[in-house]
Design a protein around this ligand. Structure first.
Ligand code: OFO
Length: 177
């Protein structure tokens, strides 16, 4: 039938979406590795927060996989490079998350730009969810970094940072944030 001949999304876009799948999968693994590191340092609040972020990234990846299948394109399940296993401190770790999210945002924006160029309105529309999600993620990470800065690096700071992350995580679980 004509099903096979009709390409719903361009080759360029298929490649870019596969790249985004890889990026979300890497984020999921990176955050899982960060979560494990936090747990091993006794930072249980931070560990739960990062575990949750890891799960969310997995959902972001699956959403892309499902979209590609919806438009009759088989996604490529990627090989994931080894994420770091050791981190300097909880402050640098959280800063790394923020930097990584900014990278993801840039990649999403490039994808949106490509949709524009290719007049792919369906994919453009699909990606709006990610545009909003990235704005929220960046804002959340900025809030966390601000709070960490306020708490400072006194002897009790790790305890309070961990409590803070535990509270943020609890808020997210109730769907408030
Ligand atoms: Fe899916 O990159 Fe973070 O949110």
């Amino acid at each position: 039938s004509s099903r096979k001949n009709k390409k719903m999304i361009s080759k360029n876009l298929v490649e870019a979406l596969n790249g985004q799948i890889e990026m979300e999968a890497y984020a999921s693994f990176l955050y899982l590795s960060m979560s494990a590191w936090c747990e091993s340092k006794g930072l249980k609040g931070c560990a739960s927060f990062m575990r949750r972020q890891s799960t969310e990234e997995n959902v972001h990846m699956l959403k892309l996989v499902d979209y590609m299948l919806d438009v009759d394109t088989c996604p490529t399940v990627p090989q994931i490079k080894q994420p770091p296993v050791d981190f300097e401190s909880i402050v640098t770790l959280m800063n790394d998350v923020y930097i990584h999210e900014k990278k993801v945002t840039k990649s999403i924006h490039q994808l949106v730009e490509l949709c524009n160029k290719e007049d792919d309105f369906a994919t453009f529309n699909f990606l709006q969810w990610y545009v909003i999600e990235q704005r929220e993620e960046e804002s959340l990470m900025r809030d966390i970094l601000d709070k960490i800065k306020l708490i400072g690096d006194g002897p009790q700071s790790l305890y309070y940072i961990d409590k803070e992350l535990e509270a943020i995580n609890a808020l997210q679980n109730t769907g408030v944030q």
